[in-house]
Design a protein around this ligand. Structure first.
Ligand SMILES: Cc1cc2nc3c(=O)[nH]c(=O)nc-3n(C[C@H](O)[C@H](O)[C@H](O)COP(=O)(O)OP(=O)(O)OC[C@H]3O[C@@H](n4cnc5c(N)ncnc54)[C@H](O)[C@@H]3O)c2cc1C
Length: 495
């Protein structure tokens, strides 16, 4: 009997979802080759290692990876505790890539530069289905390598592609020229980047929980050094919803964040500008002049630093020669996009999905993990593990060892602790925080119609002393006071 050659599949990226893909492939008889541009596992997460996650360990791990780890004497951390990014990398991802079953399947410090079909550009159709995939990658010695494989799983995330400041999705004039004064994401302002922010005036742009994280860290810095000043610019006027969602959030850590930001605004230690739009940035001496609009009125002020937490977008360049099936709005697989489109949906409204939604025109190629959500900011790791389970079943023909718990429905908590976020009908009851999972601010009041009629909406109102209260009624900081005074403008209490 002739042995059938083992299938080989490249996985791009050794983040949590890429590593899960490798484990699922390996245990179901396919040889994974994981190519990771960083020098180890979870290198995107390592860049936000100081951030505490808002989901506990039990929602952070993949069951196949855990099985392999436990077989090798690993101990699961306390399932209910909330790890920092650093813990996820050091206690889970790094041990996983050194497992005897997996360790030979990783190529680190190697960046995938392009994927195509062997001998066929995007426009060539002849025998396309039978053609192998080719994956081009560069190692740190600048050598160009090519692998020919049966399938490709792109789990490369979106962390390297932050959205720029402009509301039109573009860099504002002066943004690129002054990039040495701008950070994207969640800088470690209390740790290794403390010196850069302590005693300085920082503008934080963005309306998601990542922005709240940055703002709260800077306020902690202000407690140590009162010269530290924080201005928070929300490009959309969505603070009520962000904090309202927080107050009712099914994930307690996000609830805490929302409450803390609310308190900072109420006690006047945080200046809030909303709706806020940067027009241009300019440099004078060592400071940045921000020329902006606040509530449609011109506003100019100086800052030392700008932190942009306006979400991320996928890098589609490496996939230029493949035939994909991508939604033009969300930049996610076409059938997945309507389930996660931030214009239409809340964080909690994504139903279980898998290979059907993730298939492209070139069969055998899949985008999974954070990148599969395109520009939608609501991705959770557990969703990525369910995606991987499903596509690996298709690639290998071997069924997953667990039943897909998503199909059985259940309560919000049950759904969150299984493989997928809650079903649509739970959202109206719980008013989950929307779109702000990881640093975006796409949410608008229109995206949350469910909340207005629900018990949760009343709960929000009662905690904020009056449902009719609006952002304007909070007497936000007067724009000109920012220019004239070195004091952080005060925001009056909502109650
Ligand atoms: C600040 C923050 C907090 C979050 N908190 C939570 C949370 O509490 N709970 C939750 O469920 N989710 C959370 N998420 C969302 C999401 O689960 C994480 O972003 C998660 O890391 C996504 O995993 P991933 O494997 O898809 O992508 P990533 O973790 O981004 O991994 C992608 C990997 O691919 C590599 N890579 C990129 N391009 C290439 C290339 N061309 N060639 C080779 N390698 C490449 C990167 O270096 C990286 O290691 C959070 C996200 C952020 C940003």
């Amino acid at each position: 009997m002739v042995n059938e050659k083992r299938k080989k599949v490249v996985v791009i990226g050794a983040g949590p979802v890429g590593i899960a893909a490798a484990a699922h492939l390996k245990t179901r008889g396919v040889e994974p080759v994981v190519i990771e541009k960083g020098d180890g596992a979870g290198r995107a997460i390592k860049e936000w290692s100081h951030v505490r996650l808002f989901t506990p360990w039990e929602l952070m791990v993949d069951h196949v990876v855990v099985e392999l780890l436990e077989k090798n004497g690993w101990q699961m951390p306390d399932l209910k505790s909330l790890p920092h990014g650093k813990d996820v990398v050091e206690k889970y991802l790094e041990p996983a890539v050194t497992l005897p079953e997996l360790k030979n399947h990783f190529i680190f410090s190697a960046e995938v530069t392009a994927v195509s079909k062997a001998g066929l550009s995007k426009s060539s159709s002849k025998d396309r289905e039978e053609a192998q995939f080719v994956v081009h990658y560069k190692s740190t010695d600048k050598k160009h390598h090519i692998l020919e494989v049966d399938g490709v799983v792109d789990a490369s995330g979106t962390w390297s592609n932050p959205n720029p400041i402009g509301l039109d999705g573009l860099h504002v004039p002066g943004e690129l020229d002054n990039s040495d004064h701008i950070s994207y994401g969640i800088p470690d302002t209390l740790g290794k980047e403390r010196e850069v922010y302590e005693g300085k005036k920082t503008l934080v742009i963005g309306g998601g929980h990542s922005a709240i994280n940055v703002v709260l860290d800077l306020l902690r810095l202000k407690q140590d050094n009162p010269d530290t000043r924080v201005i928070w610019g929300l490009r959309n006027n969505n603070i009520d919803k962000l904090l309202g969602g927080g107050l009712n959030d099914a994930l307690p850590a996000r609830l805490e964040l929302g409450n803390a930001a609310n308190k900072a605004m109420n006690d006047g230690s945080l200046a809030l500008l909303a709706p806020f739009q940067v027009k241009t940035l300019d440099k004078v001496g060592n400071r940045i002049i921000v020329d902006a609009l606040k509530e449609g009125e011109d506003l100019n002020f100086e800052v030392d630093r700008i932190v942009v937490t306006a979400g991320f977008r996928p890098d589609m360049n490496i996939l230029r020669e493949l035939r994909l099936d991508i939604d033009d709005v969300v930049e996610a697989p076409r059938l997945l996009a309507p389930l996660i489109d931030p214009n239409e949906h809340t964080c909690g409204s994504v139903r279980a999905h898998g290979v059907n939604e993730l298939t492209h025109i070139d069969k055998g190629f899949y985008i999974v993990g954070m990148k599969s959500y395109g520009r939608a900011p609501t991705f959770l790791m557990k969703t990525g593990y369910a995606q991987v389970d499903s596509i690996v079943e298709e690639i290998t023909g071997v069924k997953s060892s667990i039943e897909n718990a998503c199909s059985s429905g259940g309560s919000v908590q049950e759904a969150l602790s299984s493989c997928c976020p809650p079903r649509t009908n739970e959202i109206s009851d719980t008013c989950l925080s929307e779109n702000e999972t990881c640093g975006s601010e796409n949410a608008t009041p229109e995206t949350s119609p469910n909340c207005s009629n629900s018990k949760s909406a009343e709960a929000v109102a009662s905690q904020c002393c009056g449902a009719s209260e609006t952002l304007d009624e909070r007497k936000l900081a007067k724009a000109d006071s920012i220019n004239q005074s070195h004091e952080t403008p005060k925001v009056s209490s909502c109650c």
